[in-house]
Design a protein around this ligand. Structure first.
Ligand code: GDP
Ligand code: IMO
Ligand code: MG
Length: 426
């Protein structure tokens, strides 16, 4: 059962890129299974600083085959630019495989993402405006174009004409925008299709065969559990399924292959875009997290909202993903706070909720119930062994394990691959 699933447990940006890069040392395949270039995954290793949007985070290892699987939505321009930028830095992406079933992000998806957000006004979701929602909507409505369509110009054009007829009507009549030109789009996309042709593969079959040979496969989530279309804080979510179940659907593998489900969690919480965030802290602690943690969007440059660690959220993530272990990141950012707080329950109308409340109104209005724990003054970024962490930092981690009931496998204390501590088994 050599499949490892790695998921974000909060609202994204937990450090999935860093964790995937580290653990990919022992993988043969690293697979992106959902999302698109709304993701921004950072890797700092071997003198490189990479900010990846579509290319899986195993790219730095020559022994890893990176895979973009069926459940991803691909903007081919972004992918080609990313591959070229990697090439210019001496990083070879010729091994990359792309599923023919992956859907394409089309120019009208970008346009619709922008105009619908504007139309929502104060109720806007704060999307990344990368066309992700409209691309998944077309997939569900069965009018999407897929990577495999790029291999057949006639079929591509026929599907495009059909889709564009409706899109142009909406763009011009509802949103007062200019129509898009099918011939221009087709020429552009088919030319890009030629450039990615050699990467297109039956990725589910490739992975299945590799697993039969005992190879190791790592499924790298984008976004996070609370941004999941079904299990997140709807409607303030993304349009795909980042949870562990989505990893299997998105890559075309069965559950019996899975050995580990790793939940990446920050030692505090951040969120970009709109939506509820019970432990958000706009005071000095939140400011320290934001500044010391450089909490600015990897992809869009937007400031991330910051707040205290939320055990209610993580218990929920443990449940809906079936987490087998945690990978805790950014513990170093909490150094120097007098005390560290941990939310252990929500309070709403006199009742306490230890489980994530099933009704959105409660989440929106919930007051966090905090435990105050001892802080630590020491900087952690130079620590090389888990048992060299200050006692208060270890107690903080132990309290997370008690609260969530899932063991911690790794603790990250800086952005570099090397700044990671393995946690000895209890
Ligand atoms: P992802 O989307 O989950 O891959 O996360 P991002 O890359 O968007 O955001 C995480 C940010 O935190 C990146 O800038 C990482 O380089 C950085 N980072 C990851 N782990 C640590 C850590 O342990 N400490 C610090 N200070 N930064 C970290
Ligand atoms: P990674 O993989 C953080 C958020 C957006 C917005 C909502 C919907 O780097 O963790 P979308 O463009 O997906 O329709 O936007 O989801 N969002 C992310 N937030 N990290 C991400 O990816 C995100 N991808 C989308 O900010 O609130
Ligand atoms: Mg990110």
């Amino acid at each position: 059962m050599p499949v490892t699933i790695l998921v974000g447990t909060q609202w994204g940006d937990e450090g999935k890129g860093k964790a995937t890069d580290l653990l990919a040392a022992r993988s043969d395949f690293v697979v992106r299974y959902q999302g698109g270039n709304n993701a921004g995954h950072t890797i700092v290793a071997g003198g490189y600083l990479l900010k990846l949007q579509l290319v899986p985070s195993g790219i730095l290892y020559p022994h890893v085959t990176p895979v973009i699987a069926d459940g991803v939505v691909v903007n081919p321009r972004v992918l080609l630019d990313e591959m070229q930028a990697l090439g210019e830095r001496g990083i070879d992406s010729s091994r990359l495989l792309i599923s023919g079933n992956a859907h394409l992000v089309m120019p009208y998806h970008l346009e619709l993402d922008k105009v619908t957000e504007r139309y929502l006004g104060r109720a806007s979701l704060g999307t990344t405006k990368r066309g992700i929602g409209p691309a998944y909507a077309d997939k569900a409505a069965r009018v999407g174009l897929r990577v495999q369509d790029l291999q057949d110009p006639k079929i591509f054009r026929a599907k495009l004409d059909l889709a564009l007829k409706e899109k142009n009507a909406v763009l011009t009549k509802v949103y007062n925008r200019l129509p898009l030109d099918a011939a221009e789009i087709a020429e552009d996309y088919l030319e890009m299709g030629e450039r990615i042709r050699s990467h297109i593969a039956d990725t589910s079959a490739v992975l299945y065969r590799a697993l039969r040979e005992g190879k190791h496969v790592m499924l790298e989530g984008a976004q996070g559990t609370l941004l999941d279309l079904d299990h997140g804080t709807y409607p303030f979510v993304t349009s795909s399924s980042p949870v562990a179940g989505g990893a299997l659907a998105g890559s075309g593998l069965g559950p019996k292959e899975v050995e580990r489900v790793i939940g990446v969690t920050k030692a505090y919480v951040t969120r970009v875009g709109s939506g509820p965030f019970p432990t958000e802290d706009t005071g000095p602690a939140g400011t320290q997290m934001s500044e010391k943690g450089h909490e600015r969007g990897t992809n869009t440059g937007r400031i991330r909202r910051c707040g205290w660690f939320d055990a209610v959220l993580l218990r929920y993530a443990a449940r809906v993903n079936g987490l087998s272990e945690l990978f805790v990141t950014k513990l170093d950012v909490l150094s120097g706070l007098g005390a560290v707080r941990m939310c252990v329950a929500y309070r709403y109308e006199g009742r306490e909720y230890e489980d994530f409340p099933p009704h959105q109104s409660i989440v929106h209005k919930a007051e966090p119930v905090y435990e105050d724990l001892k802080g630590w003054a020491e900087e952690l970024d130079g620590v090389t062994r888990f048992d060299h962490l200050p006692e208060a930092a270890r107690s903080y981690l132990a309290r997370i394990v008690e609260q969530v009931g899932v063991p911690i496998g790794h603790v990250s204390i800086g952005p570099d691959r090397e700044q990671t501590l393995e946690v000895p088994a209890a």
